[in-house]
Design a protein around this ligand. Structure first.
Ligand code: SAM
Length: 297
């Protein structure tokens, strides 16, 4: 009994900590906003290019880790046996369920670093596991790799793409001072950000990451690190992105968040070279993705 209480207490605080660090898409409204931002990410073709590295079969049982609003699950569901999407965001999973009525698609709200109860239920269940632009949000990448390995069938394939290193979000302006440093020194906003941590966990070495994958048991079939071009962003998309992804916003009282976003946007606009009228390029570029195909023997 005591053990159970301690377990649930620890799980609660661990989940809270993780939740504080992820992006801001807890409500359906924010999830929709975030989804529009995330679909802009995909215009740079990262996901489609990665998908071209593997063959999906009609019988495949597929899991997508960090499925967001389930866009990819929707695309894949007619092509495979079944698709399961897992994501930590309450709002995105709710949106995914609404947008994906197909009977062979299921969604679960869960942290990829634990897999919750699914870790047991999904043992050796999946032929293919996919994950796109998720791992940079997670501090404990090794646990995700172990969970994925456990849930893959022998002979199964893991296709992974994530931000290895980048200049975005907090590091956005990338020309000297960055947005998250600037807001901390701001006379008004700084006072709210005394206890604001950092949310993105980049990986220092691509080779080191592959070594971790090998130590988990994966056999690396192919990998690539590439600088990715980012599409042009206008005021609306940048503000949506700030609303969902600029983590200090979680520390700003709701009634001040619009003003906060306006201030950060104005600052970004001032410090960032313009690609063309009203289009910033400071957050564009210098984002390195790593794509990996690995198998389980
Ligand atoms: C940039 S989005 C990518 C979404 C989707 N994979 C796509 O390609 O459109 C990152 C996703 O990772 C999810 N995420 C972040 N941390 C997570 C975690 N610890 N466990 C599961 N999902 C997580 C977010 O909620 C979000 O949906």
């Amino acid at each position: 009994m005591l053990f159970c209480s301690v377990f649930f207490f620890l799980r609660k605080i661990t989940r809270k900590t993780t939740r504080e660090k992820k992006m801001n898409a807890d409500t359906l409204e924010l999830a929709r906003k975030y989804d529009s931002v995330s679909s802009v990410y995909m215009q740079n073709g990262v996901r489609d290019k990665a998908l071209s590295w593997i063959e999906l079969e009609k019988d495949d049982v597929v899991l997508e880790v960090g499925c967001g609003s389930g866009r990819l699950c929707k695309i894949l569901s007619p092509r495979v046996n079944s698709v399961t999407g897992l994501d930590i965001s309450v709002g995105l999973i709710e949106l995914a369920k609404r947008e994906n009525p197909a009977s062979n698609v299921q969604f679960f709200e869960e942290d990829a670093q634990t897999f919750g109860p699914h870790l047991h239920d999904w043992r050796e269940k999946f032929d293919k596991i996919l994950s796109f632009t998720v791992l940079q949000w997670c501090s404990d990448k090794e646990s995700i790799l172990k969970n994925v390995y456990r849930c893959l069938k022998p002979g199964g394939i893991f296709l992974l793409d994530f931000g290895l290193h980048g200049q975005c979000m907090g590091e956005w302006s990338s020309y000297g001072e960055t947005a998250d440093v600037w807001v901390r020194k701001h006379p008004k906003w700084g006072s709210y950000l005394q206890n604001c941590g950092y949310a993105i966990y980049y990986t220092k070495s691509s080779e080191g990451f592959l070594e971790i994958m090998r130590s988990v048991g994966f056999i690396i079939q192919r990998s690539e690190v590439k600088q990715r071009p980012w599409v042009k962003w206008n005021e609306e998309t940048i503000k949506s992105q700030l609303r969902c992804l600029f983590y200090p916003i979680k520390h700003i009282p709701a009634e001040h968040q619009d003003e906060f976003i306006d201030d950060v946007y104005k600052w970004l606009y001032d410090v960032t070279p313009k690609r063309s009228k009203d289009v910033l390029q400071g957050e564009v570029g210098r984002f390195e993705n790593m794509t990996i195909v690995a198998t389980k023997e």
